[in-house]
Design a protein around this ligand. Structure first.
Ligand code: CTP
Ligand code: MG
Length: 158
């Protein structure tokens, strides 16, 4: 069995994983939506999407990309991850799902899909690699969330 497409996929996506994990540790403070409501009367994004979290994800993910010798790609992946994360929260609020409550698929794959989209003009992945990432990411996501929950970093371990 040739593992290289899978190893390449994990190496490729490493900046998005780091970007996605950073806000849990470094986020907090002012919400990105400035506390404002959308036209449906619910919050645009909610209190859990903060300016500091967004910027820390962008910074740490780009740093990982720089260490890989792929600064621009790391930046695109991180920006995609942070935008995808916010789009996920925007959709959750529209659906009436409270901040921090789970939304299957959206929570686990949203950041990944937008990450891959934004980075694809720089370097595209094979279909096999993309499918692998779509399968493995929710598993890694649940694993790290459980750990964050057990360490008291996150209220809900989803
Ligand atoms: N976080 C942050 N800023 C961001 C993204 C995340 O400060 N831009 C922090 C928040 O403390 C958040 C935690 O990271 O509670 C976990 O992020 P995530 O699971 O993406 O958010 P949820 O708490 O599930 O909120 P939502 O329902 O809006 O997705
Ligand atoms: Mg969440």
């Amino acid at each position: 069995m040739d593992l290289s497409p899978y190893l390449h996929a994990l190496w490729y996506v490493l900046p998005s994983y780091f970007a996605n994990m950073s806000p849990v540790l470094l986020g907090g403070g002012k919400p990105l939506d400035m506390g404002k409501n959308f036209i449906d009367g619910r919050r645009i994004l909610g209190n859990h999407k903060t300016v500091r979290g967004f910027l820390s994800g962008l910074l740490i993910g780009s740093l990982v990309g720089a260490l890989q010798g792929r600064l621009l790609q790391g930046f695109a992946l991180s920006l995609g991850a942070m935008l995808g994360d916010c789009i996920g929260s925007f959709l959750k609020r529209r659906l009436g799902i409270a901040e921090g409550r789970p939304a299957p698929i959206l929570d686990q794959e949203g950041f990944l899909v937008f990450s891959l989209l934004l980075a694809s003009p720089i370097e595209s992945l094979s279909l096999e690699s993309i499918l692998f990432l779509l399968v493995i990411t929710p598993l890694l996501h649940w694993g790290t969330n459980l750990m964050a929950h057990l360490l008291g970093l996150k209220e809900v371990g989803h």
